[in-house]
Design a protein around this ligand. Sequence first.
Ligand code: IVH
Length: 680
Amino acid sequence: MTVSDDIQARAAQLREQLHRHNYRYYVLDDPTIPDAEYDRVFQALQALEAAHPRLIVPDSPTQRVGGQPLVAFTPVRHQVPMLSIHTETDPGPDGALAFDAQTRRELGLDETAAPVEYACELKFDGLAINLRYERGVLVQAVTRGDGETGEEVTPNVRTIKTVPLRLRGAAPEVLEVRGEAYMRHADFERYNARQRAAGLPTLVNPRNGAAGGIRQLDPVQAAKRPLSFFAYGLGEVQGWELPATHSALLDALAGFGLPVSRERTVAQGAAGLIAFHHAIAAQRDALPFDIDGVVYKVNRLDWQRQLGFRTREPRWAVAHKFPAQEQLTVVEAIEVQVGRTGAITPVARLQPVFVGGVTVTNATLHNADEVARKDVRVGDTVIVRRAGDVIPEVVDVVLERRSAKSQSFVMPEHCPVCGSQILRPEGEVVARCIGGLYCSAQRKEAIRHFASRRALDIEGLGDKLVEQLVDRELVRNPADLYALDAATLAGLERMGGKSAENLIQALARSRTTTLARFLYALGIREVGETTARTLAAHFGALEPLLSADLTQLQQVPDVGPVAAAAVQAFFQEPHNREIIARLRAAGVQWPETAIEPVAELQPLAGKTVVLTGTLESLSRDQASEQLRALGAKVSGSVSRKTNYVVAGRDAGSKLDKARELGVTVLDEAELLALLDSGGR
Ligand code: IVH
C-alpha cells in the first residue's frame, strides 16, 4: 500500500515541528510552546504512523524508545580510536603550569612568543559515547570500551532527549560526535525517590546511573533513567571542513543542534588556565550535574595535529581534577542523634577521611529503614559522599571488604540523652524519643530553632551557648531566654562582658517580631515557615488560633488534616500555653495583622517567576514552595510572560534572556523582601 503524498508531507511536517521543539526544550532550555501542545503534535504523529507504518523513519521523534531487549551488545571498532587523557590530580596551579610549559616546549615556542590559547571545558563525570551521524541522521552510538572497540548502545542513547536524532542545518556526509552521557542531579534524585517508593534498588551516584543506564540491555529500562549528553569532540568526519580551532568546532556542534556546555571559555596561557580552574571550582557545587575537574585543550587544531599523541593520550589536552567527592572509609560506630521533634537519626562515626574538600568524621544514615536497606554495619568499609553543602552521606557498602566481625545496627529502645522510650509509630519511617521538652537534646534543638535567623533571629545565640545554657539548666524553654541577665551570661565559657551585653541587646530586639515568625519559632510539628505565614494571615492574631478547632484550621489554605491536628494538639498542651503566656509577659509582641480574605492570601496569583543561579539563604525548592504558597507560578524558562526572574549567584542564560526581554530581575535580597512582605 502506498501512502499519499499529502500524508507523507503531513508526517514530515509534524516531525519537523517536534524536532524543532525538542531542540528548544532540551538543548536551549527555552521552549516556545506549552507541554500540552507538544503532546498533541506528538500524538498526531503517532496516530499517523500507527495508521501508516511505512511512514516510520528511524529519526522520527516517536522512535526514541523501542526495540526488543538485547541478549548482548555488539562490539564495534572505532574508526578513530577513543583515547583517554592525561590527568593532573594536584589541585594547585602546578598542573596548569606544567601543561602550559610542556606545550610551549613541544611547539618550540620561546619566552618571547605570545601565550598559547586554550579551550577550557568541564570534565563531565559520566560515560564517554561516540555518536555517528550519516547525512545528519543518528545511525549509531558506541561506548568507549577499551578505546579501540566499544559496544553498540544505539537504542539506549536514542532515549536521551538532548541527543538529536537528526542534526540541524546542512549536515556533513559523516560526523562522529564524542561526548559524555551523564545524569543531572535533579533526575538522579527523582529517579531514586521513585525507586525508594517502589521498594526498588537506588543508584549510588549519578555517574553509576549514567553508566548503568547506557549499558541496559532493555531499552525500555534505559528510558526510565533520564540521562543527558554534552558534546566535547569529534571522531570520524567526512565531507566537512573543520574550523581552525576547538572552540569554533564546539560552536559548530552547537549549531548542528548538539548540546554543548555553556561553561567553557578560551583562555590565554597558564594564567588563563588557572583562572578557569578557580572559577569552576567555586561554581562546582552549584552546577546541576557532577564534574570531577576541568579539561584544557590547545585551541588551534593545526597545533593539536602537530603535537599529536603519546601512547594513548593526546599531548594537546590535559584533565585537571578537583578533590574527589566520594571516598572509602570505615564505620567505627553507629550512634543516634536526637532532633528538635525527638526524631532519632542514626549517624555513622567514621574514620576521618578527606572528601569533597573537608575532613569528614560523621555521615548521616537518615533512618533505620535506610540503615537496613543499605545494610551498613559497624566495621564496614563504605563509600562516603560529600557534595557541596549537603551533609555527608554513606552511599554504599563495599561488601567485598566486610569482615565476619561486622555488627548490624539495632535501634536503641531508650533515648541516649534522656532515657525516655523511643517509639516508632506504625507506618512511619522516623523513630522518636517521647521525652519531649524533658529531653535536653530536644530542648537544645527547640531553643536553637527559636533563636534561628528565620524565626526570632536572636543574633549571637550560637550552638555552643545553647549547649551551656541548657546543660547548666539556666534555660529550659524559650521563655527562660528572656529572664537571662548580663552577669549570668558573662560567667559562661567563652563569653566576655561585651558579648553578654550584645546578647542581651539581641534578645531585646527579638521581642518585636511578626506573628508568622513567632508561630514558626514555636517549632510546632508540620508548621514550616510557609504554613506559619498562612496561619498568621488567616487568623490575624494569636487568640483565635489558640482556640481554633480542626474545622477552622482546615479552612486555612494548604492546611490539611495532619497539620491541623498538630497545631491543635500543640495549643491544647498546657505546658505550651504557659510558655506562650510567659513569652508574651516577657514583652514578645507583634503588630496585629488584619484578617485577610482568602483571595488576598495569594497576592502573587497570576504571576510567573523563574529562579536561576544559586541562592544563599534558602534552597531553590524552598523558594519555589514559598512563592507557590503566595500564589505564584514557578516556571523553568523565561519568556515575555515571565513577571520576575530571581537571579542568584552565577545566574546564566536565563538571566541574559530576562535582560534581553526586559523582564524584572530580582536579586536574593529583593526576593526575601517579597516573601517577607507576603507578596506585596
Ligand atoms: S576530551 C582525546 N573533554 O574524561 C581527548 N574528555 O580520559 C578525549 N571527559 O572518559 C577526551 N569531560 O569521557 C574530554 N570536556 C571533556 C571531557 C572528557 C569528560 C571524560 C571522557 C573520558 C575521560 C578522558
